[in-house]
Design a protein around this ligand. Structure first.
Ligand SMILES: NC(=O)c1ccc[n+]([C@@H]2O[C@H](COP(=O)([O-])OP(=O)(O)OC[C@H]3O[C@@H](n4cnc5c(N)ncnc54)[C@H](OP(=O)(O)O)[C@@H]3O)[C@@H](O)[C@H]2O)c1
Length: 366
């Protein structure tokens, strides 16, 4: 949906955006630029970043960095400060995931997920903090429902996201205690239609079956912009997200039963995943959508204001997605009724496996 803003609301604000080459971050680039922000964009795929800047005619600095590497994260922040002359907002959005149960995921793949999604975010924020204190600026992080609720088959991701929330809520209190003026905000969406699922590294060898219903990436991108304009500590974004969050907090047995089905749903995917996947490599062409049945959010405008007003067809899309999900679930009854068999614990990390040609010998089902 086009923004209804008349005057740019972030005019001249110096913004560092991580994870800007794909999905939510890629969708957010143009929105931040339209609000007048001066942007520095960070991700590993600098060609993707440059192409998006060129395509949108935006004046933004591009800094390629692997945020799992502390030196690269710190250097990216230092360069952003040099280019922009300081920092007003850090949007910490980069994240990555590996698919598989705990014993299926090699410890190096587990650690790498945490190193990007949690430690990488911490390194960026810690390096930026002195500069944000100077400007009395703000931190806006793309959290996830998985900062608050577990996600079977994505344990390292859920752990990293929970840690991120713990860190940022702690930081918020420290900054308040110091009267630094720095605000900390998190946006927690449910499933989003981005390439994350299709490109995720998979320890099982199969791609996860994609969620049957997801928020469009631009809903989350707009939420990040609204939160940069008006900081809010935590926003659990969207009705479906709120429903699961409330269930997990207040009806744990029911939430656990739903999550068990979610686990089996993900594990019923039949397509082979690429190796090593996005955890370690970055050759996929950049895209905003992951071709997941997507829609906007009916609740988001009540949470973040009229600029998140959904497309009028949203109720129909939601109904269609739920109906299709129901039909698919019926077709998948055999898979959803039984525990999904686990693969043998891997001998090597995905990073060290040759790109797949047919069956991956490490991941032969037991
Ligand atoms: N998709 C969902 O269902 C969902 C739900 C809730 C929250 N989220 C969160 O939304 C945020 C954006 O994810 P997305 O869904 O838009 O996924 P995405 O399309 O896969 O984008 C992830 C971004 O992170 C960057 N990234 C990955 N590894 C990196 C590394 N080592 N160093 C620097 N940058 C790295 C990627 O860029 P390069 O590959 O070019 O490095 C890309 O720009 C993440 O924090 C994710 O956890 C996603």
């Amino acid at each position: 949906m086009p923004t209804t803003s008349t005057a740019p609301r972030l005019a001249g604000k110096r913004i560092l955006l991580t994870g800007a080459s794909s999905g939510v971050g890629l969708s957010a680039v143009g929105l931040f630029a339209a609000e007048g922000a001066r942007l520095v964009l960070v991700a590993r795929r600098d060609d993707a970043l440059r192409a998006s800047v060129r395509r949108q005619g935006i004046d933004a600095e591009v800094i390629p960095a692997d945020l799992a590497d502390r030196e690269q994260a710190q250097a990216a922040v230092a360069r952003a400060v040099e280019v922009l002359g300081g920092l007003d907002v850090v949007v910490s959005n980069a994240g990555v995931a590996v698919f598989g149960h705990t014993l299926e995921v090699h410890p190096d793949d587990f650690d790498r997920t945490v190193a990007v999604t949690f430690t990488g975010a911490v390194d960026v924020i810690r390096a930026a903090l002195p500069h944000l204190r100077e400007s009395r600026g703000s931190i806006v992080a793309t959290g996830s429902l998985m900062t608050r609720v577990p996600l079977p088959t994505w344990g390292s991701y859920a752990a990293a996201k929970h840690a991120l929330r713990g860190f940022l809520n702690t930081l918020a209190i420290e900054e308040r205690e110091q009267r630094s003026g720095v605000t900390v905000s998190m946006v927690h969406p449910g499933p989003i239609d981005t390439p994350l699922f299709a490109q995720a590294s998979s320890a099982t060898g199969d791609k996860p079956r994609v969620p049957p219903d997801a928020y469009a990436a631009d809903v989350v991108a707009r939420a990040l912009v609204e939160t940069a304009v008006r900081p809010r500590r935590e926003t659990v974004l969207g009705g479906e997200t709120v429903a699961l969050d409330v269930l997990y907090a207040h009806a744990r047995p029911l939430a656990d039963a739903i999550l068990l089905m979610v686990d089996r749903w993900y594990r019923s995917g039949e397509e082979q995943a690429s190796i090593p996947g996005s955890l370690w490599s970055t050759d996929a062409p950049p895209a905003i959508s992951g071709r997941i049945p997507a829609r906007q959010s009916l609740l988001a405008p009540l949470q973040l204001g009229g600029r998140l007003r959904p497309d009028p067809r949203t109720p129909l899309r939601l109904a269609a997605n739920l109906a299709r999900a129901g039909v698919r679930a019926l077709q998948l009854v055999p898979a959803l009724r039984r525990p999904a068999p686990e693969r043998r614990p891997p001998v090597t990390a995905l990073r060290d496996r040759a790109p797949r040609q047919g069956q991956d010998p490490v991941n032969v089902p037991t």
